[in-house]
Design a protein around this ligand. Sequence first.
Ligand code: ATP
Length: 641
Amino acid sequence: MTTDLLATSADTWRDRSVDPPVVPDELRPPGHGSPRERNRALWQRHELRRQRAEDVYAASRNPVRGWPVSGNRAVLAFFGDLIRSRRGSFALMVALNALAAGAALVVPRLLGSLVNRVQAQGAAVEGLDAIALAVVGVVVLQSLLTFGARRTSTHFGQDLLASAREYVVDTILRLPVGRVEGASTGDLVTRVTRDVGTMARSVQWGVPRLLISLMTVLLSVVAMMLNSVVLALPALLVFALCTPAVRTYLRRAPKAYITEGATYSRINTTLTETVEGARTVEALHLSGARVRAGSDDIEVSAQAERYGTTLRNVLFAALNAAFQLPQVVTLVVGAYGYSRGWVDLGQITAAMLYVVALSEPLDAVIGEVDRLQVGAASTSRLLGIAEVPPDREPGDRLPDGVELTATDLRFAYREGHDVLHGVDLHLAVGERLAVVGPSGSGKSTLGRLLAGINRPRTGTARVGGVDLVDLPLEVLRVEVALVTQEHHVFIGSVRDNIVLAREDSTVDDVREALRAVGSLAWVERLPDGLDTLIGSGRFALTPAQAQQVALARLIIADPHTLVLDEATSLIDPRTARTLEGSMNNLLEGRTVVAIAHRLHTAHDADRIAVVIDGRIVELGSHDELLALDGEYADLWHAWTS
Ligand SMILES: Nc1ncnc2c1ncn2[C@@H]1O[C@H](COP(=O)(O)OP(=O)(O)OP(=O)(O)O)[C@@H](O)[C@H]1O
């Protein structure tokens, strides 16, 4: 961590999943020069940004260095499944929107026939009232249908969004703990905040609006063809000419938007690192370096955004021109066709109304496609989280007994760098084992393997003959529990925090658990006793109190084996001794592995395992190990002196 903070921003960047942050001169705004030179410089900058976006994109898809990003197919399948699972409301939404769009297309035809009648019959036109009445009737019907269509679309979007959100939350909660600890927090936080928000907006508004606009465009084209093929062709031809611009955009936009997401993750990662390491930053006067790192991240993000904006601007400019052109061309073709007798005035009127009316849904289609591209990029990043392979596939075998055994345990955080080198351990039921050893020798890692948190690289850690990592989590929790010094207090009452471990616990169970850890007295003195709200922003507990609440939660969970990793190190020695004393009474008959940092814990244990360099080098009772006069005896003498 310190090395990372001390590194220059360029060095630090080398380890990151995105491009170096230093903004090269070529990417800065072009200076003066002839318009041609400036244009060339602009184009070169755009190309450089594109290449850079490609690099950042490639890096962001590298699952080894960051959270994975899913491909387009996965995104389509995800939305396809969501829509398929609510076929009924989807069909209703499509039908209502089609009817509303169809009703809107009747008016131009009616007005066209009105023009023809006026032309044929002059001032004494007949049936004017009927046509006017029909127009009013159709407009009222269209308004009602549009109201119904929008209502159904909004409900559909909200329902889709709720399912998508549930999926994301579910996926995140299922992530292997080891993977969450090892990966970038900033990236994960960006995905579950910004990306969920972006996906939400696309799902809720983008999907229904795109469907509505697409349907209006399709039906308008059909109506135009039915009105007059000759008058429909110019518009269709001009729209067809836009295809290359749209294709270029569609090819490049997903990468651009995924890149933007990756750069936001970088900003958050740097920020999180700085906040988490605030003390180190302050102690080593690193604030300047951290500010520079943050500014570099923001500059890279701004570049990615500029690239995305350029793509959008080019597309919108091309399409805007294309939307204006058909009106002129249709009018010219109409005039020519009328002079040749191919079309009548009514057809020209209807065709012009259709072409003018078409620009709005077409504009909406493009706008929504863009919104959906942004949403799809965010969805790729969210679905990427689900691609993290599970670290366990629970089997259906249940433990036969409560004996914990470890055989030839080896484990590596990084490939080729084992931190445990073949540990064998057999714990007798009800035994207290203390694990001692120098810092970094592998005590906590052994504890995590014995609690089934991580899967050993080779070897087995079993309870009742079944591998811990093959047990379903709900079974594992009542077999072995790991207690560390990181005790999270959830927002809620003291009681809520304790019954989390077993929701059917009674108030008496909670009191009993609190009494056992020696904290019932102070809990009862809280403003609302057991119902006092604690957690972030609520009544603040001291670290020791938070730890006691966590221990009470553990007593309620009632596992037969406990792995205590520095569990009492935050409590002052006197309180720790009291707490350990009450726990000893209460944990009678349970198996306890205590990773000991104070040797008195070891002294009280049945056996002591001395871990050095990932191996158990001594194993025996306090007296046996003192008599051995080896590593433990040295530690003990150092401690007592
Ligand atoms: N998440 C991790 N990623 C990479 N290496 C790790 C990780 N956690 C621990 N290590 C490394 O594994 C080795 C064993 O660490 P471990 O925390 O198990 O030792 P320990 O004996 O519990 O140390 P301490 O008493 O200081 O907590 C150390 O070299 C440590 O740097």
